[in-house]
Design a protein around this ligand. Structure first.
Ligand code: MG
Length: 371
């Protein structure tokens, strides 16, 4: 079996102000969907996180990456990854790894399809019936709206939820307190500041969160500042969470080996696809650090790939179930997956079909395509 072609579809959809964080709102959600074709007639689908400039990603994939893997055996998935990783000279990261993520996910989809097995079985799964999930996220909007969203999450059956916080410190703590009051003492709460703080303010916020019984404090400071994470971790009685900003295992390694985080959160559509995200999760597993997949404003294929990894990794903790409507998650598949309406006893069902276990609706892909 050989790869015969790679097609990339840049997609974009306006979502308004639904997911406000300390850094503002995205306004639009953009991804790139990739279709990898083979001479066996089997095609695989993948997705790259492409927050800005999705057409540039598509160009990179079709003109630079695709010619490198046409003719390669999909079962040489690691060789494919390594060849793509060396596309540029110097240190690889950012956009290139995000683009590789889409191709890698599509290759895994092919491997599952030709063996008639879901990807989580190929990865050596843990026998999980469902995927434990938390609600993400209570937006950084006014109190009335935040209260309403918490109440909705409780009504939807969530037992874990994440709240977006922001500057100043007092506002963050007031929000964290409000959410604790509305959610009650038995709900597991996490807070995400999207790196708005410096270490001193983060320390103050973290202490307040710990007093309110929060479980983790996500991206308190800029992701590059590993020393800062370590400094905070030594002073705070709650877990720090990070890793959504990392692109590779070697990128995530300092965060893990420094024991700077208590939860690692790679995003499969950013961190090099299933191959590389598995390496990050495995590295964390070796260090007894839990893995909680980041999904954020991604599309349906990222959701599917994340659920497969969640089913397979021994150190999987909880899955980020996004609670705001996202057409790139909700409309791209013939049968949508990963939505909060499918939550049962705090867990989401696994896609059980071969490969990713999903079928793209190409009419919807065309509908959201950037031209
Ligand atoms: Mg986050």
């Amino acid at each position: 079996m050989r790869v015969t072609g790679v097609k990339a579809y840049p997609l974009s959809v306006p979502v308004g102000d639904l997911q406000r964080t300390s850094q503002g709102s995205f306004g639009t959600i953009s991804i790139v969907v990739v279709v990898v074709e083979t001479d066996a007639g089997v095609v695989g689908v993948g997705e790259a996180l492409a927050r800005f400039g999705p057409t540039a990603y598509a160009e990179l994939i079709e003109t630079l990456l695709a010619p490198k893997i046409v003719g390669m055996d999909p079962f040489a998935v690691e060789a494919i990854w390594q060849r793509l990783f060396r596309t540029f000279s110097g240190r690889s990261g950012g956009m290139l790894i995000e683009a590789i993520s889409a191709i890698d996910i599509a290759i895994w989809d092919i491997l599952g399809k030709v063996q008639d097995r879901p990807i989580y079985e190929l990865l050596g799964h843990m026998g999980r019936e469902g995927i434990r999930a938390y609600a993400s996220s209570i937006p950084w909007t006014d109190d009335a709206n935040a209260t309403k969203v918490v109440e909705d999450c409780l009504a939807d059956g969530f037992r874990e939820m994440k709240v977006k916080i922001g500057a100043p410190v007092e506002a963050s703590l007031a929000r964290a307190r409000l959410v604790r009051e509305v959610a009650g003492p038995d709900i597991r709460l996490m807070a995400d500041s999207n790196w708005i703080f410096d270490v001193d303010d983060a320390l103050e916020v973290g202490k307040g969160l710990a007093e309110l019984g929060y479980f983790w404090f996500e991206e308190p400071i800029v992701p590059e500042d590993i020393e800062g994470y370590r400094w905070l971790r030594d002073r705070l009685p709650l877990r720090l969470a990070a890793g959504e900003s990392e692109h590779t295992a070697i990128g995530a390694a300092p965060l893990l080996t420094a024991r700077a985080v208590g939860v690692v959160q790679p995003d499969v559509a950013r961190s090099g696809g299933i191959s590389e995200t598995r390496k990050i999760a495995n590295l964390a597993a070796a260090l007894h650090i839990p893995y909680a997949p980041h999904v954020g404003a991604s599309g349906a294929i990222c959701v599917a790939a994340s659920l497969h990894l969640a089913a397979a990794m021994p150190n999987f903790l909880t899955y980020e179930c996004m609670i705001f409507p996202n057409p790139l998650r909700d409309t791209l598949l013939k049968e949508p997956i990963g939505g909060k309406e499918t939550l049962k006893d705090g867990a989401l069902p696994l896609p059980r079909g071969p490969g990713l276990g999903v079928e793209l609706d190409m009419a919807e892909v065309e509908r959201w395509r950037v031209r």
